[in-house]
Design a protein around this ligand. Sequence first.
Ligand SMILES: [Zn+2]
Length: 469
Amino acid sequence: MTFFSRCCAALAFLGGAVVPHPALTAQMPSDPTAALLVELIRVNTSNPPGNEGAIAELLAPRFRALGFEVEIIPTPQPGKAHFIARLRGSGARRPVLLAAHADVVGVEREKWTVDPFAGVVKDGYVFGRGALDFKGGMAVFARAVMLLAERRIPLDRDVIFLAEADEEGALPYSTSWLATNHWPAIDAEFALNEGGWIIKRPDGRVRYVSISTADKTTFGVVLTARGTSTHSSMPRPDNAIYTLARALARLSNHETAVTLTPSTRQFFRVLAKTSEGELARSFRDLTGSDPQRVRRADRVISKDPLLHAIMRTTFAPVLMNAGFRGNVIPGSAEATVNVRGIPGTDVNAVLAEIRRVIADSTVDVRVAQTPQAPVPVSPDTTALYRALETEARAQYPGAEETPYLFQAGTDAAAWRMRGVPVYGIYPYAIDAEDLTRMHGNDERIAIASLRDGTEMIYRTLVRVAGRPQ
Ligand SMILES: [Zn+2]
């Protein structure tokens, strides 16, 4: 056995590259945020199991050395922990919190051209699982709050950094668990989290900065068709599988109405200003009042699945269940449809719409489980939102800024449900190509984007938490 294979075996045993591979330390970037990101990527926190406790162990000594109060909150699952570092201010105002999830989604290893857990630095980028979502953001948030301590900025409020567990999926020890069991540790006036985007044009200049103030809601709807259960040699017209298939086919041909929230309206206005030609016209028409133009604009814009999703409530069948053996026609067939709602969507109205579209009273339509209570939208008028907006404009001159409805869910509800506004941003400039790599292959982030993002978040914190001079 050579040294190399022994070393790799040891790394595998540790469940992640907690011990840096000697050959890799040579390429550590000089930018402190990029260097921290490399270290974070080398701790494999693919969830399951997550192993987020290893991130807490990595971060704790760095924060302690800078005078932060550090708390590692273990969960009932071994190896899984939340990490909290608090930099004390005078207490004149309530804390500001920066939250970043420490877990990542798994990889299709054979589709990567680099080791996803080595933190490879190449062509001005850091590559690795989590580079964008969200270890890059964690590195930016961590370095920004560390700079406050390193530069001894007098603070009027505590600044809390949180590295959280169990974000990637509906998992038991997420921020909801943390909020239920350890609320005083993460209570704040407002918070930053993942969410909006800093999108670059092909020439590298930033086109717009979007800050998410709400996430779409989600719940499941179960369609159940019933028929006669009998021998498959004697089929009858009331076959449950056919009935269900007809209902789903009608749903697939249905498009929900365009529903623009105030933030989405502003987002599309910004896209109109920063686009050209037919697209710019379509973005303008979408926010106008002519129903015919709105419909035409919808058809053009909806070719982009992300834009299609943020302007309406969407339905997507995700699970089917029917039959149990090859020679029996089952008595029932069931499909679960995942609904992603514009905030404020009425569950009963959605059920009524689905019933109307499938137009078959023999198909039962009901909610899969009690949906979560409505999550308040965070106002774009707080000191934190204003500070981030101001610093985004300063960091990316000429770029537009807009609030944004995040198309998926994040762990922000744990705070928003308790009245704490949360603003989401992936705090680095990326282009459309970078974005396709998120949860995909060869995920990467530009070192220059990490540097600029750290500056922006640091100055935002000075503005919102620093003692006025
Ligand atoms: Zn994420």
